[in-house]
Design a protein around this ligand. Structure first.
Ligand SMILES: [Ca+2]
Ligand SMILES: [Ca+2]
Ligand SMILES: [Ca+2]
Length: 273
């Protein structure tokens, strides 16, 4: 009998070790400071709510614990919520986290207003939208503007938090996918929360040729330019070479009428093993 108990104890311990290994999963990426200029030319809107560094992505972390994926996006300004009385402690940012959980399937389309596509080998399975707008409003916009086949793969968290230089949220990891999160591909896009978006834009702010009070500049007045200020690139460890990699990734060409000749094409970043 005694031996049976000992085996039972050992089996329990083994299970506990496996469970501990399963809950301790984390991915962490870094991005260089000062590359919040999209393909290299983009400039901030002129209104003072757009503080320097507001769209400069610095870090991305996702830690899974107890079935929850805790996501934290670092940017390069002190977050505040004085501008439009949003409820989460930040207001000008909007972040898109694209995740590739399955090497064999995924979408190559971007989302409305981003004006990007994704390379086939980086095709995404889920996207998490971090917006300071009420989740009900974001979901309504998704239903109205995102293609039907993509909608089930868009995750709008119920709650977010902006504090210091970090925007964070939590979602059930099952909503994202199953398996080893350190084997997944990631891409994090810095955009801006637009309260009055164009009918074709998913709460995103436009980039024009010239910056305006609430418009980014340095791009094109049409939708042929990527409406993205910063993203992860290269090995995503914060190396200066990642600036050039970002500019290459966001390179685009427009026709004279503002339609797209060559759309910016994104790739994913992976944990170096
Ligand atoms: Ca950056
Ligand atoms: Ca544009
Ligand atoms: Ca970057």
């Amino acid at each position: 009998m005694k031996r049976v108990w000992r085996y039972a104890f050992l089996a329990l311990m083994a299970t506990a070790v496996v469970a501990a290994a399963a809950v301790a999963q984390e991915v962490s990426f870094k991005d260089p400071a000062g590359d919040d200029n999209g393909p290299g030319t983009f400039t901030y809107p002129t209104d003072k709510v757009y503080q320097r560094g507001s769209f400069d992505l610095i870090s991305f972390k996702m830690k899974v614990s107890g079935g929850k994926a805790n996501i934290e996006v670092g940017q390069n300004s002190q977050l505040e919520d004085k501008c439009w009385a949003m409820q989460y402690g930040f207001c000008v940012q909007m972040v898109f986290v694209f995740i590739k959980t399955d090497p064999k399937t995924g979408h190559t389309e971007g989302l409305p207003g981003l004006n990007v596509q994704v390379a086939p080998d980086g095709a995404w399975n889920k996207v998490i939208i971090l917006s300071p707008q009420p989740p009900s409003k974001v979901r309504q916009e998704v239903e109205q503007k995102v293609a039907k086949n993509l909608q089930p793969d868009v995750i709008v968290p119920n709650r977010l938090r902006g504090a210091g230089k970090f925007i964070s949220t939590q979602v059930d990891v099952k909503e994202i996918g199953e398996g080893d999160i350190t084997a997944w591909g990631y891409q994090v896009l810095m955009q801006s929360n637009e309260g009055f978006p164009a009918p074709t834009d998913l709460l995103t702010r436009k980039v024009n040729e010239y910056e305006g009070q609430h418009r980014f500049g340095g791009g094109n007045d049409g939708d042929c330019d990527p409406h993205v200020m910063d993203l992860l690139a290269g090995n995503a460890v914060g190396d200066p070479s990642e600036v050039e990699a970002q500019h290459t990734m966001l390179a685009y060409e427009c026709n004279a009428d503002g339609t797209s000749k060559k759309m910016a094409t994104l790739t994913m970043v992976y944990v170096k093993k």
